[in-house]
Design a protein around this ligand. Structure first.
Ligand SMILES: [Ca+2]
Ligand SMILES: [Ca+2]
Length: 443
């Protein structure tokens, strides 16, 4: 019996064929070239799809259709926090710099500092636009991870797309930068130490999410399949994988001795997990080391994968053998028993198109969300929480972010923000009852 036999087939009854909008890159390209027309068509597509969808309750593990969402009360309001019209480049990461300030990573290659009132500092924290290959679709600067001991060593890590000026070879780089000795509010652009250079052939599915394991201190890196799905099952390349490296024992890095494939000559030692497509966000629960992997799907399914904090690595999340719970391409696949199914997947009904990963909420403004993982859909902006209760995963709709959601982030006390695509806005999410009385500038 397949591990995928528990699939709730009804999830896929909702899948439709409005797949012109079903991938982040497609949507971005479309918006860049035909933004107004695309949005109008998109709105019509949503409207047209609603009537065919049955009503569902949010306490089930299915998504609420938009018609039902509209009748429910959103738990938050999205207050414009910063950046309206200043710069249309997408946000790819939001996280605290310190108690009062946020770090905002932009796909174009600039990392900025936002003050508590939303003001963006005139001097960027780091500007590496000179080496980031930004194509306004999927290539660019992805995520940033501060070293757990950043306060002492000043090390930060980024993932970005690069194109060699002479050979035109495309790569994804994982690099370390060091805080400036003269200005602690800046990174030193000349301090780059390249850890990994991963060859890429295409412009799609680069991923580039970074996170330090809260239990082991190792750096985890997601690498997309580079639009070569078969590579996700190949141990000889790093695309379509999660990697795990030790950045502390020697430069540029070493292999943790307990990595799952160090004794397997057929699988590269950096590999921690296989079978991912385009993880748009890997994030640990800092309380217990649980790992959430939001993996953007192809035509049918957006999936959320999970690894308990006690896991020893080596999981195979199944792409391209499966997309979500559906068989996709069985060529050169491991047996089903060796694959790990997602904890949740959703189709593209109601205009949803691509999962945007978030983080495990530990703030105070939304008590009902505490300990739950937040994620959103890129196209609709619907925000959901997922949490295990009584051994079952429960997904709940919490509200809708008003613009295409490229990233979810948080401040020093864990309160949520959402980065938008192309309109240069970061939203702060405030409880509905408080949002009208409280703006970020008065907080
Ligand atoms: Ca090996
Ligand atoms: Ca999968």
């Amino acid at each position: 019996m397949s591990r995928f036999d528990f699939v709730r087939a009804d999830l896929y009854n909702q899948v439709d064929s409005r797949s012109d909008y079903n991938k982040v890159g497609d949507m971005k390209l479309l918006l860049r070239s035909h933004s107004f027309v695309a949005l109008c068509v998109f709105a019509l597509a949503i409207t047209a799809g609603v009537s065919a969808i049955e009503s569902l309750d949010s306490t089930t593990t299915q998504f609420l259709p938009l018609v039902a969402v509209a009748t429910r009360r959103a738990e938050f309001e999205s207050v414009v926090f910063t950046g309206v019209g200043e710069d249309e480049h997408a946000f790819t990461d939001i996280q605290p710099l310190d108690e009062t300030r946020l770090i905002l990573v932009r796909q174009s290659g600039i990392i900025q500092i936002a003050a508590a009132d939303g003001t963006i500092a005139a001097t960027p924290f780091l500007d590496i636009t000179d080496r980031v290959a930004y194509d306004s679709a999927e290539r660019g600067l992805y995520e940033l991870a501060f070293h757990p001991n950043y306060a002492q060593n000043g090390f930060l890590y980024v993932a970005y797309a690069h194109t060699n000026a002479v050979t035109s070879q495309k790569t994804m780089r994982i690099s370390r930068f060091t805080r400036s000795a003269s200005n602690p509010d800046t990174g030193d652009a000349a301090s780059e130490m390249i850890l990994l250079t991963i060859p890429q052939r295409n412009n799609r599915h680069q991923s580039g999410s970074l996170a330090f394991g809260p239990l082991d201190g190792y750096l985890y890196i997601s690498v997309g399949d580079d639009n070569q799905p078969e590579t996700a099952q190949q141990g000889s390349v790093l695309t379509g994988k999660l990697l795990r490296i030790d950045v502390d024992s020697a430069e540029p890095y070493t292999i943790p001795p307990d990595n799952p494939f160090v004794d397997d000559p057929d699988v590269l030692d950096e590999i921690w997990a296989l079978g991912v497509r385009n993880p748009w966000g890997i994030d640990f629960n800092p309380a217990n080391g649980d790992l959430y992997i939001a993996d953007v799907g192809d035509l049918t399914s957006e999936e959320l994968n999970f690894q308990p904090g006690t896991a020893a690595g080596g999981a195979n999340y199944g792409w391209p053998c499966y997309e979500g719970y559906e068989p996709h391409d069985a060529t050169a696949c491991a047996p089903d028993a060796e694959l790990t199914a997602p904890i949740y997947a959703y189709g593209h009904a109601d205009g949803r198109c691509a999962i945007t990963g978030g983080y495990v909420y530990h703030g105070q403004s939304f008590p009902a969300w505490f300990g739950a993982y937040l994620f959103a859909d890129f196209c609709t902006g619907d925000l959901f929480t997922v949490q295990r209760s009584g051994g079952q995963w429960q997904v709940r709709w919490r509200g809708t972010i008003p613009w295409l959601t490229t990233t979810l982030g948080y401040d020093y006390v864990g309160e949520p923000y959402a980065g938008a695509f192309v309109n240069g806005v970061v939203y702060k999410l405030l409880p509905t009852s408080a949002a009208t009385a409280q703006s970020p500038s008065t907080k």
